[in-house]
Design a protein around this ligand. Structure first.
Ligand code: EPU
Length: 358
């Protein structure tokens, strides 16, 4: 790897700003897939983004924003300039009557923010413990778990436009949050995919705090322990235990969390499937549609433990694809397509991948 100063530091205290070439991305994606970034710049501040935008050659080149790399499948080298987001910072911004507003730099690992907030006594994020990835990536796919989504705690964010270099402040109303979706993932009209870099995120930890413990896995913990009114700290610990038991730790076994979204079908479609497969796990939604457990559908098709090369379906959770060691992105994609075909063949349902396939 070669390093080259893009802008010479303006004095002994100015941080060096380097363009790195031919960077191995394997350590930077949670699947541990091999790929190379032709050019990579570490972004440690909003000013760093502006410097890239203003740069005579980098400014016009296509860019690719990389957070924790926990929601992507790399199938090839990246020719675009990779902006690796490493913006630090974690603070209580404001205490209001109805909430604590906390602010985090986009490069902070999400779980670090959750742990910090619980330890500081700003409850509300505990159900989202142990989700891999960075703070800046959390709004992109509106992360969610155990009955809470990021949008339920979102206040606003700062981003920098990759064309103009202008900083913008975005409230929830313009983020178009949906199930594992937001304006930052959308490419259609008004979509911001690839157009901006999220630099800071602000979250609302509500007062008074109320526990969210409806999910079956949390109800089981309550029954096991006899703790019927858990604290935020207790829920944090339970969520960590539940996730560690059923989801692989990306530091040990490469993966990108749930590989497919849980599909939403009409009530009629669901009745039809139940007629054939009474055991199907399904959740009626407030709008009359029904969400199906994709993990169950995949499991029912017999995929647990099956593999293509080193890409495999996790034995303990069929919704998670893993890298058993030397998997390549193409193997992950081949396995995912085969799963989609078999689920479609048996249930008539098209599964949609959750991570971005590159
Ligand atoms: N199931 C099976 N077989 C399997 C996997 C699941 O039968 O191999 C059944 C389970 O028994 C359970 C149901 O499917 O009754 C749902 O499984 P689980 O509770 O593990 O949740 P999920 O729907 O698979 C979703 C999110 C997770 C989140 C959990 C908890 C999606 C795509 N995934 O998983 O989010 O942590 O609920 O809220 O919405 C992620 O997005 O990366 C992620 C991990």
């Amino acid at each position: 790897m070669q390093e080259q100063a893009v802008n010479p530091p303006n004095g002994p205290t100015a941080p060096a700003w380097l363009l790195e070439r031919d960077v191995n991305l394997k350590p930077y994606n949670s699947f541990g897939l091999p790929a190379t970034a032709r050019q990579l710049v570490r972004i440690r501040s909003e000013a760093d983004v502006r410097r890239v935008v203003d740069h005579p050659s980098l400014g016009r080149a296509p860019k690719f924003v990389l957070g924790g790399g926990s929601n992507m499948v790399l199938t090839r080298d990246i020719e675009a300039v990779v902006l690796k987001i490493e913006i630090p910072g974690l603070r209580l911004l404001e205490e209001r009557d109805d909430a604590w507003i906390i602010e985090a730099g986009a490069g902070v690992p999400w779980h670090e923010l959750v742990r910090w907030s619980v330890e500081q006594g700003y409850p509300g994020l505990e159900n989202l413990a142990l989700i891999p990835g960075t703070v800046g990536a959390a709004p992109v796919q509106n992360i969610g778990a155990y009955g809470i989504e990021l949008k339920d705690r979102f206040d606003s964010l700062d981003a920098v436009d990759l064309v103009t270099g202008r900083a913008v402040h975005l409230p929830a109303s313009v983020c178009r949050f949906g199930y594992r979706d937001s304006v930052f993932k959308q490419t259609g009209f008004g979509g911001l995919a690839g157009k901006s870099v999220i630099t800071k995120v602000r979250l609302r930890c509500p007062k008074p705090w109320q526990p969210h413990i409806d999910y079956l896995d949390l109800q089981r913990k309550i029954a096991e322990t006899g703790i019927s009114a858990p604290s935020a700290r207790q829920i944090f610990d339970w969520v960590c235990e539940i996730r560690s038991a059923k989801l692989p730790d990306p530091a040990r076994i490469g993966n990108a969390g749930s590989f497919f979204k849980n599909p939403v079908v009409s009530e009629e479609q669901c009745r039809d499937i139940i007629g054939r497969d009474p055991g199907i796990v399904h959740y009626p939604m407030p709008d009359g549609t029904v969400k199906l457990a994709a993990g169950w559908l995949i499991d029912a098709c017999g995929w647990k433990g099956k593999s293509v090369g080193d890409a495999a379906v996790y034995e303990r959770q069929a919704l998670v694809l893993v890298n058993r060691g030397q998997a390549r992105g193409a193997e992950v994609v081949t396995l995912a397509r085969a799963i989609q075909e078999s689920v479609y063949g048996r249930f008539g349902i098209r599964l949609e991948p959750e991570p971005i396939l590159l």
